[in-house]
Design a protein around this ligand. Structure first.
Ligand code: FES
Length: 573
């Protein structure tokens, strides 16, 4: 065997098993000119007929393949789960680790030398990255790109954010059914992922700032011809990366994780960022914590004026203003510029020449839209292991608040009560939803932006303090405190709160407490019984047994292994 390629272990030996590998590729019309000395590049494609965010991947796969062929590689498409955020119940988060396992095992088990990861819709990005880190092969991430701006009667509509906003107006009776249908028709006008700075834009920006995409890739709108050319460039570049032996262990380091954390905070990132960042970092042996993220947030202002943290602009505006390269150039002093990227150059070199074309969309550090980063981590007797809030997206009056709890034990219970105009609730109440965490949901559904009770909406209020062990969509907004850990399902303090208890939150001081005597809490703790798990079989059963808490990244306990130790090869007989 002369080739140093990993795939040569399948095709080069003169033995019966390798003969089988070769003859079965010949069955598909390939010959030694296709494999031989050529790197075999897996393209993990998350296309499906039910994923509008990845609808164009059906065609982009050919653009990636073209690039691989141009550079002398052998492209093979490996379809993987699509995880459509808009279709999959009960929540895509239930399946993030499933896709991560699928990606890892596909790459490990097949004759693959490098991989292009095609993702974008929320969980697909962290899932593919987690799996590919653990597989340990050279890889490059191709983001699906944001969809075009939404439109309705001359107004720009933002994915998710405007759906929540106009739904509340409909519940309050201030818009008609016809207007609501107009919003529904205008809010998603092209393929591509959500075009607010929701979870999808957050995670693709994180992938880019981790060094896992080609420079500028995450900002290109899906429908822009530049996205096609970027796809082809990814195909060319991964072949070079295989020859250069540029694997993820050289790219995902403490420095690149710190860069990604800072960029996330500066972009007004989704609260989901913390769960995924921690999970991805830990797969790479970087022990990122909530405290690390809070520390970075305190020194990194939000400079992307994109909704939902910003008031007006969307991802298309961000691209025209210079995109993520321009934003990172603007915050250079907060980044480790020597961190390596898939381009083969350190981050600093990839930012040369990047310019901001609209300083209202991408602000200078001296004129941020919020003086600290996007997220704050709170702790106290209600959340000893931490929880997360997005101060830039909630009303200022609620950043320090004390009020009585109104507790719901389940989403159906909350849903049945919330439109009851006789509900005993005031604008000062603190709405609490529990049993919606990693094990309790299970899968931490995006229920954390609890609807404002109809009675309160009619009084003109559009925000209230809300607390849960759930997540919320990155396109959501409001005074929503999320990811309370430990969750209520495992007996965390959230399980002990009663309606009427006084809750006190102080975002600046990072505290969250219930003002209840310890003796009373001890009595409640003694009387508490753990609810039954919802799944008795299958993947849901396995998930419930092995999922870790939100502050630990929600990876499976048997997968969270530093890479290097996770890299394995199948036996070759
Ligand atoms: Fe796919 Fe929002 S639904 S990114």
């Amino acid at each position: 065997m002369t080739s140093t390629l990993r795939s040569a272990r399948w095709f080069a030996p003169d033995d019966l098993r390798s003969s089988g590998h070769r003859s079965r590729l010949m069955q598909m019309g390939y010959d030694a000119k296709d494999w031989g000395e050529k790197p075999i590049i897996a393209i993990l494609n998350t296309w499906s007929d039910l994923n509008p965010c990845h609808a164009h991947f059906k065609h982009r796969i050919d653009d990636v393949k073209r690039g691989v062929l141009q550079a002398g590689g052998f492209p093979v498409e490996l379809p993987v789960q699509s995880l459509s955020e808009s279709s999959l119940k009960p929540t895509t988060m239930l399946y993030r680790n499933f896709l991560a396992m699928e990606a890892e095992e596909l790459l490990r088990g097949h004759p693959i030398d490098g991989a292009v990861l095609m993702g974008g819709c929320d969980k697909t990005t962290p899932a593919l990255v987690m799996g590919a880190i653990s597989a340990g092969l050279p890889m490059i991430f191709l983001p699906s790109g944001p969809m075009l701006r939404g439109h309705y009667k001359g107004e720009h509509l933002g994915s998710g954010s405007d759906a929540w906003k106009y739904w509340d107006e409909r519940r309050a009776g201030t818009i008609t059914d016809e207007q609501w249908i107009g919003v529904e028709e205008g809010i998603a006008r092209s393929y591509g992922h959500c075009m607010t700075f929701g979870t999808a834009s957050t995670m693709t920006a994180i992938a880019e700032s981790l060094g896992l995409t080609l420079p500028g890739a995450s900002s290109i709108p899906a429908a822009d011809a530049n996205h096609i050319r970027m796809s082809t460039r990814c195909g060319r570049r991964i072949v070079e990366m295989v020859h250069e032996k540029l694997g993820p262990e050289k790219i995902i380091t403490e420095k690149s994780v710190a860069n990604a954390s800072a960029v996330a905070m500066a972009t007004g990132c989704s609260t989901n960022a913390v769960v995924h960042l921690i999970a991805m970092a830990r797969r790479a042996g970087v022990p990122l914590t909530l405290e690390d993220l809070d520390g970075i947030s305190r020194t990194t202002p939000v400079i992307a004026n994109i909704r939902p943290s910003g008031k007006q602009y969307l991802m298309e505006d961000f691209y025209y203003a210079g995109g993520l390269r321009a934003l990172m150039a603007e915050m250079k002093e907060l980044l480790h510029l020597d961190a390596m990227t898939v381009s083969g150059f350190p981050l600093g070199a990839t930012l040369e020449g990047a310019e901001v074309h609209n300083s209202d969309v991408i602000r200078p550090l001296s004129n941020p839209i919020y003086h600290e980063g996007s997220l704050a981590v709170l702790k106290g007797n209600l959340a000893p292991d931490g929880c997360v809030v997005k101060p830039s997206a909630c009303e200022e009056r609620l950043r320090v608040h004390e009020g009585p709890a109104l507790v719901f034990d389940s989403y159906p219970e909350m849903k049945a009560a919330i439109d009851d105009e006789d509900l005993d609730v005031t604008p000062d109440h603190v709405l609490i939803l529990r049993n919606a965490g990693p094990k309790g949901g299970p899968g931490m559904p995006e229920w954390g932006m609890l609807p404002i009770p109809k009675k309160i909406l009619k009084q003109g209020y559009r925000d209230m303090l809300r607390i849960s062990d759930a997540r919320m969509s990155g396109t959501s907004y409001g005074a929503c405190i999320l990811h309370v850990a430990p969750e209520s399902h495992v007996g965390g303090p959230l399980s002990l709160v009663r309606t009427g208890d006084i809750i006190r939150v102080d975002v600046a001081n990072r505290t969250i407490d219930m003002l209840v005597d310890e003796e009373i809490l001890a009595m409640r703790r003694a009387a508490w019984t753990r609810p039954a798990d919802k799944y008795e079989r299958g993947y849901g059963w396995m998930f419930s047994k092995h999922i870790k808490q939100a502050n630990e990244g929600c990876d499976f306990d048997f997968l969270e292994t530093a890479f290097g130790t996770a890299v394995g090869e199948p036996d070759i007989f």
